[in-house]
Ligand binder design. Structure first.
Ligand SMILES: Cc1cc2nc3c(=O)[nH]c(=O)nc-3n(C[C@H](O)[C@H](O)[C@H](O)COP(=O)(O)OP(=O)(O)OC[C@H]3O[C@@H](n4cnc5c(N)ncnc54)[C@H](O)[C@@H]3O)c2cc1C
Length: 543
């Protein structure tokens, strides 16, 4: 035995290989089916082209972008205020890929084709699986469009760049770039959910009014992606809370006085910079009438909430894929982990939860996309976005944890993506309206817009007769909705139940004909029904 051989302590065996360079679209039949089912099948080639990127380059870049967090540079070397945030090149490359493949713009560039928003949702779902930090700027850039459209000058001057397929991360004026990104500033220290408490003040520079220039004085406590080319912000004008477009640079090319105070030290979402800012007389154009700020920015918020739902479904899918890959590559007690009865049970639950999240997200995306032409779909989108965001974003946290556990100790180690997913998972349920706010939104919609309740019940009844347990749950939900007693106190329980029933409906829709998903639908319907009828044979999903 040589000296070197004497110090060979062990050989590495029975370890799974890293999951890398796979095609995230080709390996996802549930996504392919959903794209087709919800009307985006015509864009299959464009979506499919993103599959190998999402399972390849984006996965690699995601690790780099999170390892090298953004750095705040308040001054240049000579002491000039520059208020810059420097990102690692991997962040810019991820942005570039997302923009080029349509994550923020596909729905707008193909707006004349029904299903464009579904195809865009599929792209976003793929994009949000390997790296989540730049979902924030990509989503806000996508979501700002309906609000920008409220002001003709902005449509002319900004919309072409906001919906362009080019990304340019340089800190230069927006009009020197082929493509722009947009951020959003609503939350202030004294109130986030309750934006009517905003104190930032807006003073007209001239006569004031829609499309006119104002000066903003105040602050925002959360202001993500501060290197965006412009921001939709809320501020108090003489006529009340109003919505403005605030560019990063002034028309003369100098920096708009938006002073970054610091970057937030966040639990997760590391590749994205979230800042605190002050407006020192920052210039901004009024969108729409003074006093209509909440109504005008809410259209953006509705789309960002839709993306929270899609994003959480994406995180779930990534967690599931990692878990399955690992347990196939590792053995314990004489068998592969994937062949152990209890592990199969866990994986089945994870897969069900992931498919149900995707199915609901894609259904909501169809309704959102059809909202302009179909009032029933608009009503369904209005209510189902809140329901889906509440449920799927909340379920994402325990679901990722369960997937982590499938990897054992490795699931807790940073070289793996699971710890990053776990840190990211709670965020979608907090921002863009936390859980309670979604539940209150559901109640508000039911009370003020009766068409939303009708659209919801029509959706639940659309599969009537197909599954006994779901039929019973639908009747029970109808009854619960007519009982007005203590509605606010019951709102969380009610929202959760409706969400599960809606997910069961979507899975049953996938089960029409000979689809193999049929068994998922039945399993989900059974688990849904067990919520209201606990005496039924329990097949509960990780509860
Ligand atoms: C990483 C990160 C990035 C962010 N980026 C941005 C950004 O770019 N732009 C931006 O504007 N904001 C941003 N936010 C802010 C985010 O949208 C808010 O934090 C969120 O809306 C909640 O507001 P808040 O923090 O003031 O909490 P609060 O409004 O104080 O809410 C605290 C809790 O009270 C609950 N609550 C509130 N009202 C009621 C009620 N009536 N009944 C029952 N419960 C209630 C809420 O659901 C929540 O659970 C970001 C947040 C994070 C974490």
């Amino acid at each position: 035995m040589s000296l070197a051989d004497r110090f060979i302590t062990h050989t590495v065996e029975n370890q799974a290989t890293p999951l890398a360079d796979y095609d995230a679209f080709a390996t996802d039949p549930a996504l392919q089916e959903a794209l087709q089912r919800e009307g985006g099948g015509w864009a299959r080639d464009q979506v499919a082209a993103y599959g190998p990127i999402a399972g390849g380059e984006l996965l690699h870049l995601g690790f780099q972008a999170n390892e090298h967090k953004p750095v705040f540079k308040p001054f240049d070397r000579y002491g000039h205020r520059i208020d810059q945030v420097e990102f690692h090149p991997s962040y810019h490359r991820i942005m570039e890929l997302g923009v080029r493949h349509g994550v923020p713009n596909f729905a707008w560039r193909h707006a004349d084709r029904p299903g464009a928003n579904v195809a865009r949702a599929a792209l976003a779902y793929l994009h949000m699986q390997p790296e989540q930090g730049n979902n924030c700027p990509l989503t806000m850039t996508y979501a700002c469009v309906p609000t920008l459209r409220k002001q003709a000058e902005l449509v002319r001057d900004w919309l072409p760049r906001v919906t362009a397929s080019e990304y340019d991360g340089r800190p230069v004026p927006a009009w020197h770039k082929a493509g722009n990104t947009i951020g959003m500033g609503m939350t202030e220290k004294q109130g986030g959910s309750d934006v009517r408490s905003n104190r930032t003040r807006a003073h007209p520079v001239g006569s004031g009014g829609p499309g006119q220039l104002y000066e903003l004085v105040g602050h925002k406590f959360f202001f993500s992606a501060p290197m965006s080319d412009a921001f939709l912000v809320l501020a108090q004008a003489a006529g009340g809370l109003s919505c403005f477009l605030l560019p990063r640079h002034l028309p003369d090319g100098s920096l708009n006085p938006v002073r970054i105070q610091r970057l937030k030290d966040k639990l997760g979402d590391w590749s994205n910079a979230s800042s605190e800012v002050e407006f020192h007389g920052a210039a901004a154009w009024l969108i729409g009438e003074e006093g209509r700020g909440v109504a005008n920015i809410l259209e953006m918020v509705a789309l960002t909430r839709q993306d929270c739902l899609i994003g959480s479904a994406g995180i779930m899918r990534q967690a599931l894929v990692q878990a399955i890959h690992h347990v196939r590559g590792r053995r314990a007690f004489g068998k592969r982990l994937s062949e152990q009865a209890l592990m199969k049970n866990v994986l089945a639950d994870l897969a069900l939860e992931s498919e149900a999240a995707l199915a609901l997200a894609m259904r909501v995306a169809r309704a959102v996309g059809a909202s302009d032409s179909d009032p029933t779909e608009a009503a369904f989108a209005r209510i189902a976005t809140a329901i889906g965001k509440y449920q799927v974003c909340k379920r994402c946290v325990p679901m990722v944890n369960e997937a982590q556990e499938c990897l054992g100790g490795l699931g807790y180690v940073e070289e793996n993506i699971l710890p990053r997913l776990y840190r990211q998972a709670p965020l979608n349920s907090i921002w863009e309206g936390s859980g309670n706010i979604q539940c209150l939104d559901l109640l508000r919609a039911l009370q003020r817009e009766p068409a939303t309740g009708q659209a919801l019940l029509a959706e639940l009844r659309s599969v009537a007769g197909e599954h006994r347990l779901l039929d019973g749950e639908t009747r029970s939900i109808e009854q619960a909705l007519t009982d007005s007693g203590h509605l606010e106190t019951r709102a969380r329980h009610l929202t959760g139940r409706i969400a599960l029933a809606l997910q069961a409906v979507q899975l049953l829709r996938t089960g029409h004909g000979a689809s193999p998903s049929c068994s998922s639908a039945l399993a989900w319907a059974a688990s849904t029904a067990s919520i209201s009828a606990p005496c039924l044979p329990p097949r509960r999903l990780m509860r």
